[in-house]
Ligand binder design. Structure first.
Ligand SMILES: [Cu+2]
Ligand SMILES: [Zn+2]
Length: 171
């Protein structure tokens, strides 16, 4: 009886170690610019609570105004026009929309707004991203578009070309 109890503790401790090693709680995407543009920036994702992911975006080199900003379904920024990143990240099979809509792609973040110097900053905490499991956004790509996301045109938001792309890597 005593031996069994000791064995159980060891197993529990073992599982706890495995869980701690398997969990990712921070990911970063460094933006690379489309040819002919000079867009730079960083997107940081941090787990800040249960189903709470804080997203911090800093981008420079944009045209002043609104730029659609999404997670796309493929972690591939190799094509010069970044079409290799595919469509919007949408593991739930939802329509395109604003991040505040009841239904939207898990990759929908609406727009970044660049000031007169071409700098955009966004800080938001969302409840629709998963770090782990089959629907994880880690390993996908972020895209900053040349134009504004109208938040309704299916399935792209009509945000135009892709000005920057960044692979989302676990940190
Ligand atoms: Cu996009
Ligand atoms: Zn979308």
């Amino acid at each position: 009886m005593r031996r069994l109890a000791v064995g159980t503790i060891c197993v529990v401790l073992g599982l706890a170690v495995v869980c701690a090693q398997g969990q990712v709680s921070k990911a970063v995407a460094e933006l690379q610019s489309a040819a002919g543009k000079n867009v730079k920036g960083t997107v940081t994702f941090e787990q800040v609570g249960h189903h709470q992911v804080k997203v911090t975006v800093h981008v420079t080199g944009l045209e002043p105004g609104k730029h659609g900003f999404h997670i796309h379904e493929k972690g591939d920024c190799t094509a010069p026009d970044f079409t290799s990143a595919g469509g919007h990240f949408n593991p739930t099979g939802s329509p395109h929309g604003a991040p505040t809509d009841a239904k939207h792609h898990s990759g929908d973040f609406g727009n970044l707004e660049a000031n007169s110097k071409g700098e955009a900053h966004l800080e938001t905490t969302v409840d629709f991203l998963e770090f782990d499991g089959a629907n994880s956004f880690v390993g996908k790509a972020v895209i900053v578009h040349a134009q504004a996301d109208d938040l309704k045109t299916q399935p792209t938001g009509n945000a135009g070309g892709r000005a920057a792309c960044g692979l989302i890597k676990a940190k």
